[in-house]
Write a protein that binds this ligand. Structure first.
Ligand code: CAO
Length: 425
């Protein structure tokens, strides 16, 4: 079966996490993704957090599946010549270098579009235009500057970063959407365009409910926040809300049977208004169904802590899976806290291809995430990440049409590096 992005060729200049997640997604959809890497070392993540000696790390392999790798020294004149050739035959160029790097390399947007007016040049940067535009940025910096950290954690504690990589992978997703949108517009205009996604902007987009609450604060306390019922006044900015739900249906994380020894024996429980009666019956508080102090969502807002404490007395008598099973019978929205171990072993996620096992020549079998977006006419077929420079010759001959003599000339120039060993840790 053909793939949605068959025929789209991507010059992948990305590294670390944000850019690679974007291009991996496009590669899963069928784009031919040519990853350009520095000779000798490649993407820095190949050697970071290594778990198997002399094998590319999981950090790298889980972000670079379905791609081809070519090594080019972009500071070498012959390397620049090669890159120019690739720019001319690619549909999209993606990069997430530090600010100014691409210009210094000689590939400004003006130059790139001059080489190929149909190309889409897509970039991730830490910040958009403004006071911080020249700053380098990593995941947690984006979480802190995009509003996530100030609104994550418990009221009494410091700001917290989350395990979900909303700065990197989140921005990679935003960029991928920008790229396919630009490709779609190109079908009508014939022109490429510049696509940029700033990590701060991406995180803020994902934190929009907190920007919503910031504006609501001007009109009174945020009644669905637990602190309202506890009589704690609000300050000038949206506070950290612990495990409060971000929406109109209050929720909290509750202990389940075994929590004393299992750090993940918890359940997220939502007291959705339409199933309030069922909740009361399950926990044995039928009186709350008609008691005016509890019968309406508004009446309950001032008592959220007491209500969840009572529900927790019930969840603590069940394992998280037992509780889930019982509650689902009544359509009560809830979810067990699943550990990474449980997710890695989850059969249903394997069946849908959301978690995939692939084989790698140096590290053997490893687990990776599969495409979380399922297209009925373009199923994703997850392939292992490439070795450093594995496809250098193939790209020179197949993509650039080089003959043996020309391949040799470029090899001997030093622009491709040698078949060097992997980077030291
Ligand atoms: N051949 C030769 N040189 C190469 C090369 C190649 N194939 N690929 C990259 N380089 C060079 C660049 O030309 C650049 O050199 P100069 O600084 O001399 O111009 C140099 O490598 C460093 O590039 P960089 O600034 O992108 O890399 P860094 O490790 O110093 O910074 C990062 C990494 C991620 C902080 C920075 O790239 C960045 O801020 N990117 C934008 C935001 C982003 O995506 N962050 C998320 C990263 S994942 O957490």
């Amino acid at each position: 079966m053909g793939k949605a992005l068959d025929g789209v060729r991507i010059l992948d200049f990305t590294h670390v996490q944000s850019g690679p997640t974007c291009t991996q997604l496009l590669a899963w959809f069928g784009a031919d993704c040519i990853k350009v890497e520095r000779p000798g070392t490649g993407d820095i993540t190949r050697g970071q957090l290594r778990d198997v000696p002399n094998a590319d790390s999981l950090y790298f392999t889980m972000l670079n599946g379905n791609k081809r790798s070519i090594t080019i020294d972009t500071k070498h004149p012959k390397g620049k010549e090669l890159l120019e050739g690739l720019v001319k035959v690619c549909d999209v160029m993606v990069e997430n270098f530090g600010p100014g790097v691409l210009d210094r390399m000689g590939f400004s947007w003006e130059r790139v579009r001059q080489l190929n007016p149909r190309i889409i040049l897509a970039s991730v940067k830490g910040f958009g235009p403004g006071p911080y535009e020249d700053c380098k940025v990593y995941e947690n910096v984006a979480q802190c500057t995009g509003g996530s950290a100030s609104t994550t954690g418990f009221r009494e504690g410091p700001p917290l970063v989350t395990g979900a990589q909303i700065g990197d992978t989140g921005t990679g997703l935003h960029l991928a959407l920008g790229i396919v949108t630009a490709l779609y517009q190109r079908t009508k205009t014939g022109r490429g365009q510049r696509v940029t996604a700033a990590m701060q902007d991406g995180v803020l987009n994902l934190c929009r409910v907190k920007l919503r609450d910031q504006q609501r604060l001007a009109h009174g306390p945020l009644k669905e926040y637990r602190q309202y019922g506890e009589g704690v006044s609000f300050g000038v900015a949206v506070p950290r809300a612990g495990n409060d739900s971000g929406g109109g249906q209050p929720g909290w994380i509750l202990k389940c049977k075994g929590w004393e020894t299992d750090p993940d024996s918890y359940l997220y429980f939502i007291t959705q208004a339409p199933v309030w009666g069922a909740i009361c019956k399950v926990i044995g508080e039928e009186g709350w169904i008609t008691d005016p102090g509890y019968a309406t969502p508004d009446a309950r807002l001032s008592k959220l802590k007491a209500i969840f404490d009572r529900i927790e007395k019930w969840t603590m008598t069940k394992t998280k899976f037992e509780a889930m099973e019982i509650l689902n019978k009544y359509d009560i929205p809830c979810g067990p806290i699943l550990s990474m171990k449980e997710l890695a072993e989850d059969e249903s996620l394997r069946k849908t291809g959301t978690v995939v096992e692939v084989d790698h020549p140096k590290r053997g079998k490893y687990l990776t995430v599969g495409n979380p977006i399922k297209l009925s006419d373009s199923p994703s077929d997850v392939k292992r990440a490439p070795l450093l420079g594995e496809h250098t010759e193939e790209i020179l001959t197949q993509v650039l049409g080089f003959d043996d003599k020309k391949v040799r000339e470029f090899k001997e120039s030093g622009a491709l590096g040698g078949a060097k060993p992997m980077a030291a840790e």
